[in-house]
Design a protein around this ligand. Structure first.
Ligand SMILES: [Zn+2]
Length: 492
C-alpha cells in the first residue's frame, strides 16, 4: 500500500496547501519548493562514474594458499553462493536494488595453489611507486592472484572478450573482480584492495586504468555472505557505517559483517545507500506541522517505501531523516535485522552529497533507535522503535534554532506488511521572550500560550519555560503541556 500524506503521495507532486498551513509556524528563510530526491543525493554514487543500475560482469577468482591455515570451498559452491537462483549474492543485489542492479556471471575461476610466501600475512612490504610513502603489499598480493588465476584458466576463460571498447585495457566498468582466498590468518579481515596493473600478453590486454590503480575485492580471511555483499557494495562506492566501533550492527550491510564462512546473517543496505545508488526514491516531506505516512516494509520491493523528513529551517538540505520499516520475518535478505519496527536514520552530508565524517571516523548516517532494556546495551544504533512507541527528539539546527519533532509508531502486529508513523512538532513558549522572530523553537519561542497551542498539532507537546501568564485558554485538541526550567504558571 502506498502512503498518503497531506493529499499527495506520488514523488515530485506539488503538495496541497493544507500541508503548509497545518502548523502555522513562522518559517523565515524556508524553501518554497519541495526538494526532489536528487537534491538529497539520489543516484550520485556509482562505480567509476557509472550509475549503480543495470548490470556489471563479475568474475570470482579463487586462490588457495598452501602451508597456512584455511581451505576454500569448491568452485560449484562459490558459483551457487554468488550466482545461484535463490539465496545468492546476486539475488541479494537484485532484491535490495528493487530489481535495478545485478551482477552478471563472468565466471568462477580457481585451480591455483600459491605458496605461503605470497600470502598477505607473509608478503614483504615493497615501496609503491604510485603512492609515495606507502607500501604496496596489497597491490602486489592482489595483482599476483589476478595474474596467476587468469593464466591458469586462459584456455577456458576469454578475458579479452570483456574489453568492451577494444582499447586493450579492461576497466572495472567492463569487468569486476572478486578475489576469495583461503587465507584465514592475516593482519586484516576483508576490504577493497588496490591492484597493480596486470599485463596479460597472452590475451593482448591489461587490467589497469589511467591512475595506475585497480580495485579488487579481497575476501581472503572471511568468505561469508554478508561480507561479500559488503565489499561488493564498496565497489559501487558505499561507505563503511561501523566506525568508530561496530555501530549500526545488523542494521545495514555496511556495518561490521566479518564472521564465519557460512554465517547466515543477511541484512539490507540502509536507505541512504539505497537512495544514493538510485535504488529507491524516498517520499519527501517537510517538517512543517504534523504528518502521517504508511511505511511498507523495506523488503517489499516498493522503491518509495522510505520517508525522508527535512527541515525547511535548514535550506542547505545538509541534514535530514530517513524513516523505514524493517522486519526480519518479511524477507530472506533482511532476516538478521535486530528487531521489528521503525528505523530512524539521521544523515548529514556535504554539498557533494558525501557523508560528513567526524574526527573519530563516524559517518553521519546513523540509526537512532531506542536504548535496549539493559541500558546501555544494545546501543541505540542497533535497535528499532516498536509498536506504539514514540521516538526521542528529532532535532535540527537551523537559523531559527532548534526545531524539535518526535515520531510516533502506531500499533502494529509483528507480521504486518507495513506500519504507520506520524510526526509532530514540539513547540516552545517563553512568556518573557521579547525577540522579533517567534518560531516556536527553543531559542525563538512564542511568547504567549495561545500562540503555542495554535501552532501545535493534536498529540503534540508544548514546552513552557518557567514564568507566568494571565492567559486563560480552553484546549480543544489533545496536547501535553510541560514546564521547563521551573514552574510555569497559567491563568494568574
Ligand atoms: Zn567496509
Amino acid at each position: 500500500m502506498k502512503a498518503l500524506c497531506c493529499g499527495f503521495a506520488a514523488l515530485g507532486r506539488v503538495p496541497s496547501a493544507i500541508c503548509f498551513v497545518a502548523a502555522g509556524l513562522l518559517r523565515a528563510g524556508a524553501v518554497a519548493a519541495t526538494p526532489q530526491p536528487t537534491d538529497f543525493g539520489y543516484g550520485h554514487l556509482g562505480m567509476w562514474d557509472s550509475p549503480a543500475v543495470g548490470t556489471r560482469p563479475l568474475v570470482i577468482l579463487l586462490a588457495q594458499f598452501d602451508g597456512i591455515p584455511g581451505t576454500l570451498k569448491t568452485i560449484p559452491e562459490y558459483d551457487r553462493l554468488c550466482f545461484g537462483p535463490t539465496n545468492s549474492v546476486n539475488e541479494y543485489f537484485k532484491a535490495v536494488s528493487n530489481g535495478r542492479f545485478q551482477w552478471t556471471r563472468a565466471g568462477v575461476l580457481g585451480g591455483v595453489h600459491l605458496s605461503s610466501a605470497k600470502s598477505l600475512k607473509y608478503l614483504d612490504k615493497v615501496a609503491d611507486p604510485c603512492r609515495p610513502g606507502k607500501d604496496n603489499d596489497d597491490r602486489v598480493y592482489s595483482s599476483n592472484i589476478v595474474a596467476q588465476v587468469l593464466a591458469a584458466n586462459a584456455g577456458s576463460f576469454n578475458i579479452a572478450s570483456y574489453d568492451a571498447n577494444h582499447d586493450h585495457n579492461i576497466t572495472p566498468n567492463e569487468l569486476q573482480i572478486l578475489i576469495v582466498t583461503s587465507e584465514w590468518e592475516s593482519r586484516e579481515g576483508a576490504g577493497i584492495r588496490w591492484c597493480a596493473p596486470v599485463v596479460l600478453p597472452w590475451a593482448g590486454v591489461m587490467i589497469s586504468n589511467a591512475v595506475c590503480a585497480h580495485p579488487v575485492i579481497w575476501n581472503g580471511a572471511r568468505q561469508d555472505f554478508a561480507t561479500i555483499c559488503h565489499e561488493l557494495c564498496h565497489e559501487l562506492g558505499a561507505d563503511d557505517l561501523y566506525p568508530p566501533t561496530c555501530c549500526n550492527q545488523d542494521m545495514t550491510v555496511m556495518g561490521c559483517t566479518l564472521s564465519d564462512p557460512d554465517d547466515p546473517h543477511r541484512m539490507y543496505p540502509d536507505p541512504w545507500h539505497r537512495m544514493v545508488f538510485g535504488w529507491c526514491e524516498p517520499r519527501i516531506f517537510p517538517l512543517t506541522g504534523s504528518g502521517t505516512a504508511a511505511l511498507p516494509v523495506a523488503t517489499s520491493g516498493e522503491p518509495t517505501s522510505p520517508v525522508l523528513l527535512w527541515d525547511p529551517n535548514n535550506p542547505s538540505l545538509s541534514d535530514f531523516w530517513l524513516l523505514e520499516y524493517r522486519n526480519p520475518q518479511l524477507g530472506e535478505y533482511d532476516r538478521s535485522v535486530p528487531g521489528t519496527g521503525l528505523a530512524l536514520w539521521y544523515v548529514q552530508q556535504n554539498s557533494d552529497h558525501n557523508l560528513v565524517i567526524l574526527a573519530d571516523g563516524k559517518r553521519m548516517n546513523w540509526n537512532m533507535g531506542p536504548y535496549g532494556p539493559d541500558y546501555p546495551w544494545p546501543p541505540p544504533n542497533s535497535t528499532l522503535w516498536g509498536s506504539g512507541t514514540t521516538t526521542d527528539l528529532l532535532t535540527h539546527t537551523g537559523p531559527l534554532g532548534r526545531t524539535a519533532y518526535r515520531v510516533r509508531v502506531h500499533e502494529f502486529q509483528s507480521g504486518d506488511s507495513s506500519i504507520t508513523v506520524e510526526w509532530f512538532p514540539e513547540v516552545w513558549v517563553d512568556f518573557a521572550y521579547a525577540g522579533l522572530i517567534e518560531a516556536g523553537t527553543f531559542s525563538a519561542p512564542f511568547n504567549t500560550l495561545a500562540e503555542g497551542v495554535a501552532a501545535s498539532s493534536p498529540g503534540g507537546v508544548v514546552h513552557v519555560k518557567a514564568g507566568s501568564t494571565p492567559e486563560r485558554l480552553v484546549l480543544r485538541k489533545r496536547l501535553t503541556l510541560r514546564s521547563y526550567g521551573g514552574t510555569a504558571m497559567i491563568g494568574r
